[in-house]
Ligand binder design. Sequence first.
Ligand SMILES: CC(C)(COP(=O)(O)OP(=O)(O)OC[C@H]1O[C@@H](n2cnc3c(N)ncnc32)[C@H](O)[C@@H]1OP(=O)(O)O)[C@@H](O)C(=O)NCCC(=O)NCCS
Length: 157
Amino acid sequence: MSVDPDVMRYFPSFVSQEDTRALVQRFDGVFDEHGFGPWALEHDGEFVGFTGLLVHTFPAHFTPAVEVGWRLRREAWGRGFATEAAREALRIGFEEHDLDEIVSMTVPANVRSVAVMERLGMTRDRADDFDHPRVEEGSPLRRHVLYRLSRSQWAGS
Ligand SMILES: CC(C)(COP(=O)(O)OP(=O)(O)OC[C@H]1O[C@@H](n2cnc3c(N)ncnc32)[C@H](O)[C@@H]1OP(=O)(O)O)[C@@H](O)C(=O)NCCC(=O)NCCS
């Protein structure tokens, strides 16, 4: 399956089949350990991407943290799938797993991802912007914005 370059524009590199297998193993590990994870999204019986919850422990001022994240095939953009699926992921995180807070992060240029965060009612404090330690120094993709949503904000939404 070919990958539209738009899908990986804001990631440091494309992923090989081997990397993808490792990623799926990592995702399985999140489900095993926490009972949640990044769920596969299907539309009309076709796999169109994933949306769900990931646990981050890399060194940063807000970790350890649970992130809601998404990655969809290019043909699945513009149909509300990411936002709809992310709302369900937030519900599961807050209501079934009693999480106090869920975050989301991306590079500032990824306006589609930021728009999903804002549609979900997540908010950004510029003081939370950070350099992602897993992206090499000097890369234009190192600076990240952080959005947060607390359980009380979710309950009041
Ligand atoms: C980030 C990403 C998931 C966002 O996808 P998206 O399609 O923009 O977001 P949604 O699925 O929430 O769809 C929202 C759009 O669908 C439209 N839409 C169409 N029908 C809709 C419906 N029935 N309900 C809701 N929205 C609908 C909305 O109006 C909105 O359109 P707009 O972007 O023109 O304003 C996608 O761009 C992606 O996979 N990017 C590559 C991976 C990536 O960067 N991931 C994030 C890394 S941090």
